[in-house]
Ligand binder design. Sequence first.
Ligand code: ACO
Length: 374
Amino acid sequence: MAYFPGLEGVVVKETEICHIDLENSKIYYRGYDLEELAERSTFEETAYLLLYGKLPTRGGLEQFKAVLRGNRAPPQHVTAVLQHLPKSAEPIDVLRTGVSAMAHGEDLRDRSPEAELARGVRIMAAMPYIVAAWHRIRTGQQPLSPDADSHAEYFLKALRGSDVSPLEARAMDVMLIIYAEHSMNNSAFTAVTVASTLSDMYAAVTAAIASLKGPLHGGANVDAALMIEEIGDEGNVEKWVDAALAAGRRIPGFGHRLYKRGPDPRLRVLRRLAKELAYAKGDTKYYAIAQRLEEYVTAKLAAKGIYPNTDLYAAVIFKYLGLPVDINLPTFAISRVAGWVAHVVEYRRKNRLIRPTEKYTGPIGLKYVPIEER
Ligand code: ACO
């Protein structure tokens, strides 16, 4: 039996959702170039594309947006649960609890791909509210569910309780498009693995959020932000990086299982967006630190196949959008849920229980010794 540590290079499913062209440094969602989607589409349109397999008509998009709007506030017991949590709880953990709690009270017997897709859309609709409501509750404010045209604008307004500029809404929208899907990453695989037992969408998304939390995956967008804050000035980059590497630490926002021969293609969009926000806000400090990090770490580690990943500039963009650092991570989930749901539904149409095996390396035939004699 072949053994692939970390399942590297193992193909677990066929897909029509996402294609990563490493040769040409391109990512396609359902055949569409992600860079073009980031420039011309919206999160709602991109999510529709991922979930339903084609770009919506105008009417289809309006209907989808209306479903999202109608499901922004989750069932009332979810807010009640949030209100009882310790204020120190991490936002990503609260989101995991909130999505899990959404399942309670719903009849989950219909596990058809269509029923699961409808659940997935309801989860997607409610995630911005859950994250924003938690931030407001933990800071002693009332949760809000403001009027807003887009998912991105709604999230920022619900979080801050104040108006959002068109540039900020668009920047968040681009982030939601860019983060929405990325093939069989750990959290998508987790969602599919859970769903392959014929468990339900709430369970699959809850598990995917748990996976995303780890610092080797989505958690890197928090660590990258903390690193940039700690560095504080572009002049400190080299000293900081040298000390981190000498201590055997990994640099957050760098390295990727797939991109060993060049940077993540999404970097082109994110670098541009970070720069635009930096100049619009009249504060280029964080952008300059990220740029210097990119140059210095790449010069040091490219020979080992380590290049910047999305989380480096995502951290800068979220900083310019004024997100509290620990909100970076659930913001990733608010977007990536589109990919998780699409993968679960695709897999369930031709479901086969995921059940790998392992190679036993321990002893056999040991003699049982009664506890008094050990
Ligand atoms: N900084 C310094 N060294 C690194 C880094 C890094 N960020 N990433 C990998 N390396 C080193 C490893 O220590 C290892 O060195 P060694 O051969 O001397 O032991 C070598 O590069 C290969 O590393 P692997 O762990 O085999 O690479 P893998 O493909 O398994 O890891 C991963 C990919 C987990 C993303 C890794 O690069 C990492 O930990 N990065 C930092 C965290 C991060 O940014 N995660 C976000 C990933 S993207 C996302 O999920 C959204």
